[in-house]
Design a protein. Structure first.
Length: 578
Protein backbone atom coordinates (compact mmCIF):
# COMPACT_ATOMS: atom_id res chain seq x y z
CA UNK A 1 0.00 0.00 0.00
CA UNK A 2 1.40 3.39 -0.99
CA UNK A 3 1.50 6.16 1.60
CA UNK A 4 -1.43 8.55 1.55
CA UNK A 5 -4.93 8.12 2.88
CA UNK A 6 -5.89 6.03 5.90
CA UNK A 7 -8.97 3.81 5.90
CA UNK A 8 -10.82 6.26 8.12
CA UNK A 9 -10.31 8.96 5.48
CA UNK A 10 -11.84 6.92 2.68
CA UNK A 11 -15.15 8.04 1.25
CA UNK A 12 -16.66 4.57 1.68
CA UNK A 13 -15.84 4.61 5.40
CA UNK A 14 -18.60 7.19 5.85
CA UNK A 15 -21.06 4.49 4.81
CA UNK A 16 -19.45 1.44 6.39
CA UNK A 17 -17.47 2.44 9.51
CA UNK A 18 -19.64 4.39 12.02
CA UNK A 19 -21.30 2.57 14.91
CA UNK A 20 -24.80 3.85 14.17
CA UNK A 21 -28.07 2.59 12.77
CA UNK A 22 -27.54 3.88 9.24
CA UNK A 23 -24.17 2.16 8.86
CA UNK A 24 -25.66 -0.95 10.48
CA UNK A 25 -28.06 -0.98 7.53
CA UNK A 26 -25.24 -0.61 5.02
CA UNK A 27 -23.26 -3.46 6.58
CA UNK A 28 -26.21 -5.79 7.04
CA UNK A 29 -27.37 -5.32 3.45
CA UNK A 30 -23.84 -6.01 2.23
CA UNK A 31 -23.92 -9.22 4.24
CA UNK A 32 -27.31 -9.96 2.67
CA UNK A 33 -25.47 -10.26 -0.65
CA UNK A 34 -23.24 -12.97 0.84
CA UNK A 35 -20.23 -10.87 1.82
CA UNK A 36 -18.51 -11.11 5.21
CA UNK A 37 -17.02 -8.14 7.08
CA UNK A 38 -13.57 -9.37 6.05
CA UNK A 39 -14.48 -8.57 2.45
CA UNK A 40 -14.76 -4.81 3.00
CA UNK A 41 -13.29 -3.90 6.37
CA UNK A 42 -10.28 -1.63 6.02
CA UNK A 43 -10.44 -1.76 2.22
CA UNK A 44 -11.29 0.81 -0.47
CA UNK A 45 -14.46 0.09 -2.41
CA UNK A 46 -13.89 0.29 -6.15
CA UNK A 47 -16.67 0.91 -8.66
CA UNK A 48 -16.39 -1.05 -11.90
CA UNK A 49 -18.48 1.03 -14.32
CA UNK A 50 -19.40 -1.44 -17.06
CA UNK A 51 -20.98 -0.34 -20.35
CA UNK A 52 -21.66 -3.90 -21.55
CA UNK A 53 -25.01 -4.68 -23.19
CA UNK A 54 -26.56 -7.18 -25.58
CA UNK A 55 -26.82 -4.38 -28.16
CA UNK A 56 -23.15 -3.34 -28.00
CA UNK A 57 -20.83 -5.37 -30.28
CA UNK A 58 -17.85 -3.20 -29.31
CA UNK A 59 -18.23 -4.27 -25.67
CA UNK A 60 -19.39 -7.89 -25.98
CA UNK A 61 -16.34 -9.04 -24.00
CA UNK A 62 -16.93 -6.65 -21.11
CA UNK A 63 -19.13 -9.00 -19.09
CA UNK A 64 -16.13 -11.36 -18.91
CA UNK A 65 -13.52 -8.59 -18.65
CA UNK A 66 -15.25 -7.17 -15.58
CA UNK A 67 -14.33 -10.38 -13.77
CA UNK A 68 -10.66 -9.80 -14.59
CA UNK A 69 -10.92 -6.26 -13.26
CA UNK A 70 -12.49 -7.53 -10.06
CA UNK A 71 -9.73 -10.14 -9.74
CA UNK A 72 -7.13 -7.38 -9.89
CA UNK A 73 -8.99 -5.29 -7.31
CA UNK A 74 -9.16 -8.25 -4.92
CA UNK A 75 -5.48 -9.05 -5.52
CA UNK A 76 -4.56 -5.53 -4.48
CA UNK A 77 -6.71 -5.49 -1.37
CA UNK A 78 -9.80 -3.67 -2.60
CA UNK A 79 -13.51 -4.52 -2.66
CA UNK A 80 -15.08 -4.39 -6.17
CA UNK A 81 -18.61 -3.14 -6.82
CA UNK A 82 -19.79 -3.51 -10.44
CA UNK A 83 -22.25 -0.85 -11.59
CA UNK A 84 -23.83 -0.98 -15.06
CA UNK A 85 -24.02 2.20 -17.14
CA UNK A 86 -25.57 3.30 -20.43
CA UNK A 87 -23.97 1.37 -23.28
CA UNK A 88 -24.34 3.79 -26.25
CA UNK A 89 -23.91 1.37 -29.12
CA UNK A 90 -22.87 3.40 -32.14
CA UNK A 91 -24.43 0.81 -34.42
CA UNK A 92 -27.92 0.64 -32.99
CA UNK A 93 -28.77 3.76 -30.95
CA UNK A 94 -30.92 6.25 -32.89
CA UNK A 95 -31.10 9.04 -33.82
CA UNK A 96 -27.47 9.28 -32.69
CA UNK A 97 -25.37 8.34 -29.67
CA UNK A 98 -24.24 11.97 -29.52
CA UNK A 99 -27.70 12.80 -28.22
CA UNK A 100 -26.94 10.62 -25.19
CA UNK A 101 -23.23 11.21 -24.51
CA UNK A 102 -24.10 13.77 -21.85
CA UNK A 103 -26.64 11.38 -20.35
CA UNK A 104 -23.85 8.84 -19.84
CA UNK A 105 -21.68 11.57 -18.35
CA UNK A 106 -24.42 12.50 -15.90
CA UNK A 107 -25.10 8.86 -15.05
CA UNK A 108 -21.41 8.16 -14.43
CA UNK A 109 -21.01 11.19 -12.19
CA UNK A 110 -24.11 10.35 -10.16
CA UNK A 111 -23.33 6.62 -9.92
CA UNK A 112 -19.97 7.48 -8.39
CA UNK A 113 -21.36 10.21 -6.16
CA UNK A 114 -24.33 8.29 -4.80
CA UNK A 115 -22.56 5.00 -4.02
CA UNK A 116 -19.98 4.23 -1.30
CA UNK A 117 -17.00 4.10 -3.65
CA UNK A 118 -13.46 5.44 -3.36
CA UNK A 119 -12.25 4.92 -6.91
CA UNK A 120 -13.43 3.60 -10.25
CA UNK A 121 -12.43 1.56 -13.26
CA UNK A 122 -14.29 2.91 -16.29
CA UNK A 123 -14.95 0.28 -18.98
CA UNK A 124 -15.63 1.79 -22.40
CA UNK A 125 -14.42 2.05 -25.97
CA UNK A 126 -17.26 2.61 -28.43
CA UNK A 127 -17.21 6.20 -29.67
CA UNK A 128 -19.20 8.18 -27.09
CA UNK A 129 -18.46 5.95 -24.10
CA UNK A 130 -14.91 7.24 -23.66
CA UNK A 131 -15.79 10.95 -23.41
CA UNK A 132 -19.07 10.26 -21.56
CA UNK A 133 -17.41 8.14 -18.87
CA UNK A 134 -14.41 10.45 -18.52
CA UNK A 135 -16.50 13.64 -18.36
CA UNK A 136 -18.65 12.21 -15.57
CA UNK A 137 -15.75 10.80 -13.58
CA UNK A 138 -13.77 14.02 -13.89
CA UNK A 139 -16.71 16.03 -12.54
CA UNK A 140 -17.04 13.61 -9.62
CA UNK A 141 -13.34 13.92 -8.84
CA UNK A 142 -12.43 10.58 -7.25
CA UNK A 143 -9.47 8.52 -8.55
CA UNK A 144 -10.28 6.56 -11.70
CA UNK A 145 -8.57 4.58 -14.42
CA UNK A 146 -9.91 4.02 -17.92
CA UNK A 147 -10.01 0.52 -19.42
CA UNK A 148 -10.28 0.70 -23.25
CA UNK A 149 -12.33 -1.97 -25.03
CA UNK A 150 -9.67 -2.45 -27.70
CA UNK A 151 -10.06 -2.62 -31.48
CA UNK A 152 -11.50 -5.68 -33.23
CA UNK A 153 -9.40 -7.85 -35.53
CA UNK A 154 -8.81 -6.91 -39.17
CA UNK A 155 -11.69 -7.53 -41.53
CA UNK A 156 -11.21 -9.84 -44.49
CA UNK A 157 -13.02 -10.73 -47.69
CA UNK A 158 -11.72 -12.46 -50.82
CA UNK A 159 -8.12 -11.93 -49.75
CA UNK A 160 -8.62 -8.21 -49.12
CA UNK A 161 -8.13 -6.57 -45.74
CA UNK A 162 -11.20 -4.60 -44.70
CA UNK A 163 -11.52 -1.74 -42.24
CA UNK A 164 -14.81 -1.22 -40.43
CA UNK A 165 -16.68 1.88 -41.45
CA UNK A 166 -14.11 3.10 -43.95
CA UNK A 167 -14.48 0.19 -46.37
CA UNK A 168 -18.22 0.09 -45.75
CA UNK A 169 -18.46 3.63 -47.12
CA UNK A 170 -16.03 2.86 -49.93
CA UNK A 171 -17.78 -0.28 -51.16
CA UNK A 172 -21.26 1.22 -50.76
CA UNK A 173 -20.31 3.84 -53.34
CA UNK A 174 -19.14 1.01 -55.61
CA UNK A 175 -22.38 -0.88 -55.00
CA UNK A 176 -24.40 2.21 -55.91
CA UNK A 177 -22.20 2.72 -58.97
CA UNK A 178 -22.89 -0.88 -60.01
CA UNK A 179 -19.25 -2.02 -59.97
CA UNK A 180 -19.74 -4.82 -57.39
CA UNK A 181 -22.44 -7.48 -57.24
CA UNK A 182 -24.97 -8.25 -54.52
CA UNK A 183 -23.01 -11.40 -53.65
CA UNK A 184 -19.77 -9.44 -53.25
CA UNK A 185 -21.58 -6.87 -51.11
CA UNK A 186 -22.91 -9.65 -48.85
CA UNK A 187 -19.44 -11.15 -48.61
CA UNK A 188 -18.03 -7.82 -47.46
CA UNK A 189 -20.90 -7.55 -44.97
CA UNK A 190 -19.93 -10.88 -43.40
CA UNK A 191 -16.18 -10.25 -43.35
CA UNK A 192 -15.77 -6.65 -42.29
CA UNK A 193 -16.30 -7.18 -38.52
CA UNK A 194 -14.72 -10.46 -37.36
CA UNK A 195 -14.49 -10.16 -33.58
CA UNK A 196 -15.71 -8.20 -30.59
CA UNK A 197 -14.08 -4.82 -30.07
CA UNK A 198 -14.51 -1.34 -31.50
CA UNK A 199 -13.65 -0.21 -35.05
CA UNK A 200 -10.14 -1.22 -36.08
CA UNK A 201 -9.69 1.84 -38.26
CA UNK A 202 -8.51 5.11 -36.71
CA UNK A 203 -12.14 6.10 -36.27
CA UNK A 204 -13.65 7.86 -33.29
CA UNK A 205 -13.35 4.85 -30.99
CA UNK A 206 -9.61 4.29 -31.57
CA UNK A 207 -9.07 8.05 -31.54
CA UNK A 208 -10.76 8.55 -28.20
CA UNK A 209 -9.05 5.64 -26.44
CA UNK A 210 -5.70 6.99 -27.74
CA UNK A 211 -6.64 10.41 -26.39
CA UNK A 212 -7.51 8.88 -23.01
CA UNK A 213 -4.08 7.25 -22.88
CA UNK A 214 -2.28 10.42 -24.01
CA UNK A 215 -4.17 12.37 -21.35
CA UNK A 216 -2.77 9.97 -18.76
CA UNK A 217 -5.99 8.11 -17.94
CA UNK A 218 -4.98 4.55 -18.91
CA UNK A 219 -2.14 2.20 -18.16
CA UNK A 220 0.77 2.66 -20.61
CA UNK A 221 -0.01 0.99 -23.94
CA UNK A 222 -3.54 0.00 -22.95
CA UNK A 223 -5.34 1.70 -25.85
CA UNK A 224 -3.52 -0.26 -28.56
CA UNK A 225 -4.25 -3.82 -27.41
CA UNK A 226 -6.74 -5.64 -29.68
CA UNK A 227 -9.87 -6.72 -27.84
CA UNK A 228 -9.36 -10.41 -28.68
CA UNK A 229 -5.71 -10.49 -27.54
CA UNK A 230 -4.90 -12.21 -24.22
CA UNK A 231 -2.91 -9.10 -23.30
CA UNK A 232 -6.28 -7.39 -22.93
CA UNK A 233 -7.29 -9.70 -20.10
CA UNK A 234 -4.00 -9.12 -18.34
CA UNK A 235 -4.39 -5.38 -18.79
CA UNK A 236 -7.90 -5.55 -17.31
CA UNK A 237 -6.61 -7.21 -14.15
CA UNK A 238 -3.76 -4.70 -13.97
CA UNK A 239 -6.32 -1.86 -14.05
CA UNK A 240 -8.00 -3.42 -11.02
CA UNK A 241 -4.72 -3.67 -9.13
CA UNK A 242 -3.62 -0.14 -9.97
CA UNK A 243 -6.84 1.65 -9.02
CA UNK A 244 -6.55 0.40 -5.43
CA UNK A 245 -3.13 2.00 -5.09
CA UNK A 246 -4.43 5.18 -6.73
CA UNK A 247 -7.06 5.47 -3.99
CA UNK A 248 -4.48 5.15 -1.22
CA UNK A 249 -2.27 7.67 -3.05
CA UNK A 250 -5.26 10.01 -3.54
CA UNK A 251 -4.27 10.34 -7.20
CA UNK A 252 -7.32 12.32 -8.31
CA UNK A 253 -8.05 13.44 -11.90
CA UNK A 254 -7.24 17.09 -11.20
CA UNK A 255 -3.61 16.04 -10.65
CA UNK A 256 -3.53 14.22 -14.00
CA UNK A 257 -5.65 16.31 -16.41
CA UNK A 258 -3.57 19.48 -16.52
CA UNK A 259 -2.95 21.89 -19.38
CA UNK A 260 0.14 19.89 -20.27
CA UNK A 261 -1.86 16.64 -20.35
CA UNK A 262 -4.55 18.17 -22.56
CA UNK A 263 -1.96 19.54 -25.00
CA UNK A 264 -0.28 16.12 -25.10
CA UNK A 265 -3.59 14.50 -25.94
CA UNK A 266 -4.20 16.97 -28.77
CA UNK A 267 -0.70 16.37 -30.14
CA UNK A 268 -1.10 12.59 -30.07
CA UNK A 269 -4.58 12.83 -31.60
CA UNK A 270 -3.28 14.88 -34.51
CA UNK A 271 -0.42 12.44 -35.07
CA UNK A 272 -2.78 9.47 -35.19
CA UNK A 273 -4.84 10.89 -38.06
CA UNK A 274 -7.70 11.27 -35.65
CA UNK A 275 -11.44 11.45 -36.14
CA UNK A 276 -13.06 14.87 -36.59
CA UNK A 277 -15.21 13.97 -33.57
CA UNK A 278 -12.08 14.25 -31.43
CA UNK A 279 -12.41 18.03 -31.44
CA UNK A 280 -15.85 18.04 -29.84
CA UNK A 281 -14.97 15.43 -27.21
CA UNK A 282 -11.53 16.87 -26.38
CA UNK A 283 -13.02 20.30 -25.74
CA UNK A 284 -15.77 18.84 -23.55
CA UNK A 285 -13.37 16.65 -21.54
CA UNK A 286 -10.87 19.48 -21.04
CA UNK A 287 -13.53 21.96 -19.95
CA UNK A 288 -14.86 19.48 -17.38
CA UNK A 289 -11.34 19.45 -15.94
CA UNK A 290 -11.17 23.25 -15.91
CA UNK A 291 -8.79 23.50 -18.88
CA UNK A 292 -10.13 26.10 -21.37
CA UNK A 293 -9.36 24.31 -24.64
CA UNK A 294 -10.40 26.24 -27.75
CA UNK A 295 -10.69 25.40 -31.44
CA UNK A 296 -7.75 27.69 -32.16
CA UNK A 297 -5.59 25.65 -29.74
CA UNK A 298 -6.32 22.49 -31.68
CA UNK A 299 -5.56 24.14 -35.01
CA UNK A 300 -2.32 25.63 -33.65
CA UNK A 301 -1.05 22.25 -32.45
CA UNK A 302 -2.28 20.57 -35.62
CA UNK A 303 -0.24 22.88 -37.86
CA UNK A 304 3.02 21.62 -36.34
CA UNK A 305 2.12 17.96 -35.68
CA UNK A 306 2.25 15.70 -38.73
CA UNK A 307 0.20 12.52 -39.13
CA UNK A 308 2.50 9.61 -38.24
CA UNK A 309 0.05 6.70 -37.96
CA UNK A 310 -0.41 5.14 -41.39
CA UNK A 311 -3.85 3.82 -40.41
CA UNK A 312 -7.03 4.09 -42.47
CA UNK A 313 -8.77 6.36 -43.24
CA UNK A 314 -5.93 8.95 -43.23
CA UNK A 315 -3.42 6.21 -44.05
CA UNK A 316 -3.82 3.97 -47.06
CA UNK A 317 -3.05 0.45 -45.93
CA UNK A 318 -2.92 -0.53 -42.27
CA UNK A 319 -5.37 -1.07 -39.41
CA UNK A 320 -5.18 -1.01 -35.61
CA UNK A 321 -3.98 -4.61 -35.34
CA UNK A 322 -0.97 -3.61 -37.46
CA UNK A 323 -0.51 -0.53 -35.27
CA UNK A 324 -0.31 -2.74 -32.16
CA UNK A 325 2.23 -5.09 -33.75
CA UNK A 326 4.30 -2.10 -34.89
CA UNK A 327 4.65 -0.88 -31.30
CA UNK A 328 1.33 0.78 -30.52
CA UNK A 329 0.63 4.23 -29.16
CA UNK A 330 3.77 4.30 -27.03
CA UNK A 331 5.83 3.86 -30.20
CA UNK A 332 4.01 6.78 -31.82
CA UNK A 333 4.70 8.87 -28.71
CA UNK A 334 8.38 8.00 -29.02
CA UNK A 335 8.37 9.21 -32.63
CA UNK A 336 6.87 12.52 -31.47
CA UNK A 337 9.90 13.13 -29.24
CA UNK A 338 10.01 16.53 -27.59
CA UNK A 339 6.60 17.50 -28.97
CA UNK A 340 5.21 15.91 -25.77
CA UNK A 341 5.33 17.71 -22.41
CA UNK A 342 7.20 15.54 -19.90
CA UNK A 343 5.66 17.29 -16.89
CA UNK A 344 2.28 15.59 -17.37
CA UNK A 345 1.74 12.44 -15.28
CA UNK A 346 -0.52 9.43 -15.80
CA UNK A 347 -2.51 7.06 -13.60
CA UNK A 348 0.83 5.40 -12.83
CA UNK A 349 1.90 8.54 -10.98
CA UNK A 350 4.83 8.81 -13.40
CA UNK A 351 5.35 11.10 -16.41
CA UNK A 352 3.65 10.17 -19.68
CA UNK A 353 7.10 10.11 -21.30
CA UNK A 354 8.59 7.79 -18.67
CA UNK A 355 10.24 4.81 -20.36
CA UNK A 356 9.66 5.97 -23.94
CA UNK A 357 13.38 5.73 -24.62
CA UNK A 358 13.08 1.95 -24.17
CA UNK A 359 10.12 1.56 -26.54
CA UNK A 360 10.81 -0.22 -29.84
CA UNK A 361 9.24 0.58 -33.22
CA UNK A 362 8.87 -2.61 -35.21
CA UNK A 363 7.49 -1.16 -38.44
CA UNK A 364 8.22 2.45 -39.34
CA UNK A 365 5.88 2.34 -42.33
CA UNK A 366 2.96 1.83 -39.93
CA UNK A 367 4.27 4.31 -37.34
CA UNK A 368 6.22 6.86 -39.35
CA UNK A 369 9.10 9.05 -38.12
CA UNK A 370 8.73 12.83 -38.20
CA UNK A 371 10.96 12.85 -41.27
CA UNK A 372 8.53 10.70 -43.29
CA UNK A 373 4.97 11.55 -42.22
CA UNK A 374 1.74 10.35 -43.79
CA UNK A 375 0.66 14.00 -43.99
CA UNK A 376 2.76 17.07 -43.27
CA UNK A 377 0.30 18.63 -40.81
CA UNK A 378 -2.07 17.21 -38.19
CA UNK A 379 -5.21 15.29 -38.96
CA UNK A 380 -7.64 18.18 -38.58
CA UNK A 381 -7.92 21.79 -39.66
CA UNK A 382 -10.21 24.45 -38.17
CA UNK A 383 -11.87 26.84 -40.62
CA UNK A 384 -13.35 30.28 -39.97
CA UNK A 385 -15.30 32.67 -42.21
CA UNK A 386 -18.72 34.16 -42.82
CA UNK A 387 -20.24 30.67 -43.12
CA UNK A 388 -18.74 29.52 -39.83
CA UNK A 389 -17.77 32.47 -37.60
CA UNK A 390 -17.39 30.12 -34.60
CA UNK A 391 -15.53 27.50 -36.60
CA UNK A 392 -15.86 24.39 -38.73
CA UNK A 393 -13.67 21.30 -39.10
CA UNK A 394 -12.19 19.36 -42.03
CA UNK A 395 -9.80 16.40 -42.27
CA UNK A 396 -7.37 17.45 -45.04
CA UNK A 397 -5.34 14.22 -44.95
CA UNK A 398 -8.43 12.15 -45.82
CA UNK A 399 -9.66 14.13 -48.83
CA UNK A 400 -8.49 14.68 -52.39
CA UNK A 401 -5.81 17.44 -52.30
CA UNK A 402 -7.42 19.19 -55.28
CA UNK A 403 -10.22 20.29 -52.93
CA UNK A 404 -7.88 22.03 -50.48
CA UNK A 405 -8.66 25.16 -52.49
CA UNK A 406 -12.07 25.11 -54.14
CA UNK A 407 -14.80 27.47 -55.25
CA UNK A 408 -18.16 26.27 -56.53
CA UNK A 409 -21.93 26.79 -56.44
CA UNK A 410 -23.89 25.62 -53.41
CA UNK A 411 -26.62 23.00 -53.68
CA UNK A 412 -28.55 23.21 -50.41
CA UNK A 413 -30.71 20.56 -48.72
CA UNK A 414 -32.68 21.54 -45.63
CA UNK A 415 -32.94 17.97 -44.30
CA UNK A 416 -31.66 14.47 -44.95
CA UNK A 417 -34.76 13.41 -46.88
CA UNK A 418 -34.17 16.23 -49.38
CA UNK A 419 -30.50 15.27 -49.56
CA UNK A 420 -31.35 11.65 -50.41
CA UNK A 421 -33.43 12.83 -53.38
CA UNK A 422 -30.36 14.61 -54.69
CA UNK A 423 -27.85 11.81 -54.15
CA UNK A 424 -30.11 9.00 -55.40
CA UNK A 425 -31.09 10.71 -58.66
CA UNK A 426 -28.66 9.58 -61.40
CA UNK A 427 -29.65 12.56 -63.55
CA UNK A 428 -29.64 15.34 -60.94
CA UNK A 429 -28.18 18.53 -62.48
CA UNK A 430 -24.90 19.08 -60.61
CA UNK A 431 -21.24 19.22 -61.55
CA UNK A 432 -17.91 18.20 -59.95
CA UNK A 433 -17.57 21.81 -58.77
CA UNK A 434 -20.89 21.74 -56.89
CA UNK A 435 -20.68 22.23 -53.11
CA UNK A 436 -23.29 19.95 -51.56
CA UNK A 437 -24.75 21.40 -48.35
CA UNK A 438 -26.83 19.68 -45.66
CA UNK A 439 -28.14 21.93 -42.92
CA UNK A 440 -30.38 21.65 -39.84
CA UNK A 441 -28.31 18.68 -38.68
CA UNK A 442 -26.39 20.23 -35.77
CA UNK A 443 -26.71 19.74 -31.99
CA UNK A 444 -30.27 21.09 -31.89
CA UNK A 445 -31.20 20.64 -35.52
CA UNK A 446 -30.40 16.93 -35.89
CA UNK A 447 -31.40 16.56 -33.12
CA UNK A 448 -28.17 15.52 -31.45
CA UNK A 449 -25.76 16.26 -34.32
CA UNK A 450 -25.93 12.89 -36.12
CA UNK A 451 -23.20 11.47 -38.35
CA UNK A 452 -24.72 12.73 -41.59
CA UNK A 453 -21.79 14.94 -42.60
CA UNK A 454 -20.12 12.46 -44.94
CA UNK A 455 -22.92 12.90 -47.45
CA UNK A 456 -22.83 9.95 -49.87
CA UNK A 457 -21.59 10.79 -53.35
CA UNK A 458 -24.47 11.60 -55.74
CA UNK A 459 -25.17 8.90 -58.32
CA UNK A 460 -24.91 11.55 -61.03
CA UNK A 461 -21.21 11.97 -60.16
CA UNK A 462 -20.53 8.31 -59.37
CA UNK A 463 -21.43 7.35 -62.93
CA UNK A 464 -18.78 9.84 -64.11
CA UNK A 465 -16.20 7.94 -62.08
CA UNK A 466 -15.93 10.60 -59.33
CA UNK A 467 -15.52 9.58 -55.68
CA UNK A 468 -15.08 12.90 -53.85
CA UNK A 469 -16.57 16.39 -53.80
CA UNK A 470 -16.84 19.30 -51.34
CA UNK A 471 -19.62 18.75 -48.83
CA UNK A 472 -20.60 21.08 -45.99
CA UNK A 473 -22.77 20.41 -42.95
CA UNK A 474 -23.38 21.36 -39.34
CA UNK A 475 -23.54 17.61 -38.64
CA UNK A 476 -20.67 15.28 -37.70
CA UNK A 477 -19.32 12.32 -39.63
CA UNK A 478 -18.08 8.93 -38.54
CA UNK A 479 -14.43 8.85 -37.58
CA UNK A 480 -14.04 6.09 -40.14
CA UNK A 481 -15.25 8.45 -42.90
CA UNK A 482 -13.20 10.26 -45.51
CA UNK A 483 -13.60 12.89 -48.20
CA UNK A 484 -13.72 16.67 -48.61
CA UNK A 485 -16.31 17.10 -45.88
CA UNK A 486 -16.56 20.33 -43.89
CA UNK A 487 -18.30 19.58 -40.59
CA UNK A 488 -19.42 21.06 -37.26
CA UNK A 489 -20.32 24.43 -38.81
CA UNK A 490 -20.97 26.76 -35.88
CA UNK A 491 -23.25 28.30 -35.01
CA UNK A 492 -25.56 25.69 -36.51
CA UNK A 493 -28.25 26.61 -39.03
CA UNK A 494 -31.14 25.48 -36.81
CA UNK A 495 -30.51 28.39 -34.44
CA UNK A 496 -29.90 30.92 -37.20
CA UNK A 497 -26.21 30.43 -37.96
CA UNK A 498 -25.03 31.74 -41.36
CA UNK A 499 -25.48 28.31 -42.96
CA UNK A 500 -29.23 28.94 -42.60
CA UNK A 501 -28.88 31.92 -44.93
CA UNK A 502 -27.03 30.15 -47.75
CA UNK A 503 -29.02 29.60 -50.95
CA UNK A 504 -28.62 27.19 -53.84
CA UNK A 505 -26.45 28.86 -56.48
CA UNK A 506 -24.43 31.00 -54.04
CA UNK A 507 -20.71 30.60 -54.63
CA UNK A 508 -18.83 28.99 -51.73
CA UNK A 509 -15.07 29.30 -51.31
CA UNK A 510 -13.04 26.76 -49.31
CA UNK A 511 -9.36 27.47 -48.66
CA UNK A 512 -7.70 25.03 -46.27
CA UNK A 513 -4.21 26.60 -46.35
CA UNK A 514 -5.69 29.92 -45.13
CA UNK A 515 -8.24 28.08 -42.93
CA UNK A 516 -11.20 29.93 -44.44
CA UNK A 517 -14.75 29.07 -45.54
CA UNK A 518 -16.97 31.79 -47.00
CA UNK A 519 -20.07 32.32 -49.07
CA UNK A 520 -19.40 34.96 -51.70
CA UNK A 521 -22.46 37.00 -50.84
CA UNK A 522 -22.49 40.68 -49.87
CA UNK A 523 -22.96 41.69 -46.25
CA UNK A 524 -26.06 43.65 -47.27
CA UNK A 525 -27.67 40.58 -48.82
CA UNK A 526 -26.74 38.42 -45.82
CA UNK A 527 -28.35 40.99 -43.50
CA UNK A 528 -31.54 41.01 -45.57
CA UNK A 529 -31.73 37.21 -45.49
CA UNK A 530 -31.17 37.21 -41.75
CA UNK A 531 -34.03 39.64 -41.21
CA UNK A 532 -36.34 37.32 -43.16
CA UNK A 533 -35.22 34.09 -41.43
CA UNK A 534 -37.85 32.30 -39.30
CA UNK A 535 -36.76 29.98 -36.50
CA UNK A 536 -38.03 26.37 -36.74
CA UNK A 537 -40.12 24.80 -34.00
CA UNK A 538 -38.19 22.83 -31.40
CA UNK A 539 -38.07 19.04 -31.64
CA UNK A 540 -38.92 18.17 -28.04
CA UNK A 541 -41.52 19.31 -25.54
CA UNK A 542 -40.76 16.84 -22.74
CA UNK A 543 -38.21 14.51 -21.20
CA UNK A 544 -34.51 14.20 -21.81
CA UNK A 545 -34.85 15.64 -25.31
CA UNK A 546 -36.37 18.82 -23.86
CA UNK A 547 -33.48 19.13 -21.41
CA UNK A 548 -31.00 18.45 -24.22
CA UNK A 549 -32.39 21.11 -26.55
CA UNK A 550 -32.68 23.62 -23.69
CA UNK A 551 -29.08 23.29 -22.51
CA UNK A 552 -26.87 21.87 -25.26
CA UNK A 553 -23.91 24.04 -26.23
CA UNK A 554 -22.61 24.43 -29.77
CA UNK A 555 -19.92 22.28 -31.39
CA UNK A 556 -17.10 24.77 -30.77
CA UNK A 557 -17.83 24.47 -27.03
CA UNK A 558 -17.87 20.66 -27.01
CA UNK A 559 -21.66 20.11 -27.03
CA UNK A 560 -21.77 19.76 -23.25
CA UNK A 561 -24.73 20.89 -21.19
CA UNK A 562 -24.21 24.47 -20.08
CA UNK A 563 -25.01 23.63 -16.45
CA UNK A 564 -22.35 20.88 -16.24
CA UNK A 565 -19.24 22.80 -17.32
CA UNK A 566 -16.77 24.31 -14.86
CA UNK A 567 -17.72 27.76 -16.17
CA UNK A 568 -21.22 27.21 -14.75
CA UNK A 569 -19.74 27.37 -11.26
CA UNK A 570 -20.65 25.59 -8.07
CA UNK A 571 -19.93 22.05 -6.90
CA UNK A 572 -22.36 19.21 -6.31
CA UNK A 573 -22.35 18.33 -2.61
CA UNK A 574 -21.51 14.90 -1.25
CA UNK A 575 -24.65 12.88 -0.39
CA UNK A 576 -25.88 12.99 3.19
CA UNK A 577 -25.41 9.57 4.78
CA UNK A 578 -27.63 9.98 7.83
Amino acid sequence: MAAGKTYEQLRSARWMLPDDQRSFGHRSRTMQMGYAPEDWQGKPIIAVINTWSDAQPCHMHFRERAEWVKRGILQSGGFPMELPALSLSENFVKPTTMLYRNMLAMETEELLRSHPVDGAVLMGGCDKTTPGLVMGAVSMGIPFIYLPAGPMLRGNYAGKTLGSGTDGFKYWDERRAGTISKEEWQGIEGGIARSYGHCMTMGTASTMTAIAEAMGLTLPGASSIPAADANHQRMSAACGRRIVDMVWEDLTPDRIITRAAVDNSVTVAMATGCSTNAIIHLIAMARRAGVPLELDDLDRIGRTTPVLANIRPSGSTYLMEDFFYAGGLRALMKQLGDKLDSTAITVTGKPLTDGLDQVKIYNDDVIRPLSNPVYHEGSLAVLKGNLCPDGAVIKPAACDPKFHRHCGPALVADNYADMKKIIDDPDYPLTPDTVLVLRNAGPQGGPGMPEWGMIPMPKALLKLGLRDMVRISDARMSGTSFGACVLHVAPESYIGGPLALLRTGDMVELDIPTRSLNMLVSEEEIAARRAAWVAPTRHYERGYGFMFSSHIEQADKGCDFDFLTTEFGGKTPEPAIN
